[in-house]
Design a binder for this molecule. Structure first.
Ligand SMILES: Nc1ncnc2c1ncn2[C@@H]1O[C@H](COP(=O)(O)OP(=O)(O)O)[C@@H](O)[C@H]1O
Ligand SMILES: [Mg+2]
Length: 308
């Protein structure tokens, strides 16, 4: 299937000469939740602002829903709803008026039935006559989403949707995003929260210093880059690791009470059975063992570090 968004060779150098995006290629698949994950300043907002036509690229081409974003700007923009990073809501207007007005900006004919369903889906219907300034922060965020969806776009961009929101609202937002996807909306969200990407995304793109360093199915990213750790809790603590264990990548932790072995879970030979035999030969008993997989957080940190 054709990608719903296709970014090809896009670069951005801001006035003043700062290069915020190096040549960037990215394809977003129809119907997926794609998380663009990267630290502050990585270029996430720059990239989605370019796709939305808010910032002009220095080079490269982009299509959204088959439309070139420069040559066919209106049609491309029509396909996208953007929830920006900053909350900017017309504070004196009612929820209903704001959402209706947003739709009008896209030249779409009024459709009260659609807007009613939208507000109901976002649990905003009973607030429709309230002024936005009277709403809680969480409700204001819902209004931003309603505005972004008012013209019935097929793609929704959420720029740091849960930055600075409390845990409960974050869960609500995630729920909402999942519901939108179930209704066929393609979602591109940016985040610097690994937990958010891990929880939400079908695929993850990691961006650092204006460069997308990897794009992968979430599960595949975890599988490919995941290291595993075996921790052995010793009967008797050690001062140092014995010479006879040099062949393994081991660390002595927990004040000498535990040995941690980091191994590649994909390797044909993990080396664990040989390690355990050697421990027995050396007379080192352990009372317990556990294994764990490295988290997406650790993978992310190592990717961002390596890209420096
Ligand atoms: N209008 C601008 N002029 C100059 N530099 C900018 C401008 N907007 C963003 N930048 C710089 O570009 C880099 C990427 O910013 P941004 O895309 O906002 O990152 P992110 O959204 O990942 O935090 C940052 O170093 C930022 O300071
Ligand atoms: Mg940003």
């Amino acid at each position: 299937m054709d990608p719903i968004i296709s970014v090809s060779g896009v670069t951005k150098t801001y006035k003043g000469g700062f290069q915020a995006l190096k040549a960037t290629d990215l394809e977003i698949r129809r119907g997926e939740i794609f998380a663009l994950l990267g630290p502050n300043g990585a270029g996430k907002t720059t990239l989605i602002s370019i796709i939305c036509g808010i910032v002009k690229a220095s080079g490269g081409t982009i299509t959204a829903d088959g439309h070139d974003i420069v040559r066919d700007y209106r049609a491309a923009r029509q396909a996208i709803g953007l929830v920006p990073q900053e909350l900017t809501t017309d504070a004196f207007e009612s929820v209903w008026a704001t959402v209706r007005f947003s739709r009008g900006l896209f030249g779409k004919p009024p459709n009260p039935a659609y807007l009613e369903k939208l507000l109901k889906d976002l649990s905003l219907w009973d607030k429709k006559d309230e002024r936005i300034m009277a709403l809680s922060g969480g409700m204001k965020r819902r209004v931003m989403i309603a505005k972004a969806l008012s013209h019935e776009p097929t793609i929704l961009f959420l720029d740091e949707p849960t930055a600075g929101v409390d845990v409960e609202l974050r869960r609500d937002m995630w729920e909402m995003v999942r519901r939108l996807r179930e209704n066929g909306t393609t979602i591109l969200l940016t985040t610097h929260y690994i937990e958010e990407a891990e929880e939400m995304a079908d695929r993850i793109g990691v961006i650092a210093k204006g460069e997308i360093v990897i794009v992968e199915e979430k599960a595949e990213l975890m599988r490919k880059l995941g290291r595993r750790e075996l921790t052995l809790h010793l009967q008797t603590p050690l001062e140092t690791l014995p010479e006879g264990l040099k062949a393994w990548d081991l660390t002595l932790t927990d004040e000498g009470n535990s040995i941690v072995y980091a191994f590649d879970a994909q390797a044909a030979e993990t080396g664990i059975s040989a390690l355990i035999r050697r421990l027995a030969e050396l007379g080192l008993d352990f009372k317990d063992l556990q294994t764990r997989e490295s988290s997406l957080e650790e993978i992310f940190v190592s990717l961002v570090r390596d890209s420096k």
